[in-house]
Design a protein around this ligand. Structure first.
Ligand code: NAP
Length: 412
């Protein structure tokens, strides 16, 4: 394992959850499978150069490679070695390329496993259009949202039993005999748990983000009209949390109508809610009215990919999984194995996730340089194959050349 070098220092988190980032922090990286090595090589060069350009050598990331996926399997016989989980905890901040999910054999997705073992309860996906990126929207510039999706509960908790199994039959008998709910024979059964605790910590983080970034609204997205005690409770607990912990800074949409003539008081964040299906329509028809979205796990899964498509697709979409202690920034697409080793695919998702990571560390100047460099490159129509095939007059470049082009546009 490549370590962070002699000069590296660990990031620490104090009892209030405040993170302290030294000038030479040790940051973990998981290269990823398939196209991961190409993407990671390109991304690492851009991130290091942006940090150098922003801080003139006074700050520098000390990268520490962590093994997961196929590389880990080849070297250790395990898809996710215990050492990697320990090192991720120690690093506090890490970034990863895409990982293969082994098909069959009852193995859960490595991504889902990492979120659960590190309690990375918020999946954060900023969705913003970058000038020049092909989009199916007439006005993609109106889309500027951040999705906070709950990561540990809901149907994704993985509590389910196959049709006809002993467990499913036992559950079916219990439901019929004890609860008066009789299911069809040969039903697969899944459980959808959603707790006040899980909802509150997610909504708290979403509101804090809106406050920190001066965003005017937080929308609770739910299907509470049908699933009253899970999704409906998410809505209710979200409003209660806002009223209890952020009374000074928030106002509900109903209050804006009833007490303020439809105009939110200056400086207050409007808390509103939308039923999930209506939210999909709103995201297409009136995206400018939405800023931070807080969602349960399954709704958020669909919504964040749909929103990413509105601004150019998953190849461009950054993401992070964040808990109270650790944060793992990641590509939102998969390993695209057919392009492995061809130096072909778009590294923008990991590069922009890296910018999110720098911002999370408080290295905002470097984050802005990465974003600007990437925006300038794309707006000059220097792009990888995926965007080139949708653009007129594009100059198609390889993955590594796309990174070179960003590097040339970092500083001026
Ligand atoms: P995928 O790897 O995302 O690839 C699907 C298609 O998306 C590719 O064929 C390619 O489209 C396009 N694509 C993906 N990444 C791209 C990039 N960086 N630049 C340009 N285009 C890109 O999805 P998959 O084939 O369903 O999954 C492959 C493996 O990845 C599976 O093992 C899956 O479990 C895993 N996966 C991992 C993650 C993760 O680690 N976060 C997420 C999703 C899937 P074209 O063919 O049109 O060129």
């Amino acid at each position: 394992m490549q370590t962070g070098g002699n000069e590296g220092q660990w990031i620490t988190v104090d009892e209030d959850g405040r993170m302290h980032v030294p000038d030479r922090p040790i940051i973990g990286f998981i290269e990823g499978d398939g196209t991961g090595p190409d993407i990671w090589a390109a991304s690492q060069r851009v991130l290091d150069a942006a940090v150098r350009a922003a801080y003139g050598g006074t700050k520098e990331i000390q990268w520490m490679e962590l093994l997961a996926g196929e590389k880990a399997l080849a070297q250790t016989g395990k898809w996710l070695p215990d050492q990697t989980v320990q090192d991720l905890r120690r690093c506090v901040v890490a970034i990863k390329g895409p990982l293969t999910t082994p098909v069959g054999g009852g193995m859960r997705s490595l991504n889902v496993t990492l979120r659960q073992v590190l309690d990375l309860y918020a999946c954060v996906r900023p969705v913003r259009w970058i000038r020049g990126v092909p989009s199916p929207m007439k006005h993609p510039e109106k889309v500027n949202m951040v999705v906070f999706r709950e990561n540990t509960e809901d149907l994704y908790a993985g509590i389910e039993w196959p049709a006809g199994s002993k467990e499913a039959e036992k559950m079916r008998a219990f439901l019929c005999e004890e609860m008066g709910v009789c299911l069809r024979e040969h039903s697969g059964i899944g459980v959808k748990p959603m707790s006040r605790f899980g909802t509150e910590r997610l909504v708290r983080r979403a509101i804090q983000h809106a406050l920190r970034h001066g965003m005017p609204s937080v929308t609770l997205v739910h299907k509470g009209n049908i699933m009253k005690y899970t999704e409906g409770a998410f809505r209710q607990w979200g409003y209660e949390l806002a009223a209890r912990e952020f009374a000074e800074n928030t106002v509900t949409e109903d209050e804006v109508t009833a007490r303020f003539g439809g105009q939110a008081p200056a400086g207050k964040i409007v808390i509103k809610d939308r039923i999930a299906d209506a939210m999909f329509q709103q995201a297409l028809l009136r995206p400018e009215e939405y800023h931070v979205l807080a969602t349960p796990n399954l709704n958020g899964d669909y919504l964040s990919d749909a929103l990413a498509a509105q601004v150019g697709g998953l190849g461009m979409a950054p993401g992070a999984n964040i808990g109270d202690r650790c944060a793992l920034f990641e590509a939102t697409h998969g390993t695209a194995p057919k392009y492995a080793g061809l130096d072909k695919v778009n590294p923008a998702s990991v590069i922009l996730s890296g910018a999110m990571m720098l911002e999370h560390m408080g290295w905002v100047e470097a984050a802005r340089l990465v974003e600007k460099g990437l925006e300038r490159t794309v707006s000059e129509k220097i792009v990888t194959y995926d965007l080139a095939r949708q653009m007129d007059g594009a100059r198609e470049v390889k993955c590594s050349q796309f990174a070179d082009a960003i590097l040339e546009r970092l500083s001026d």
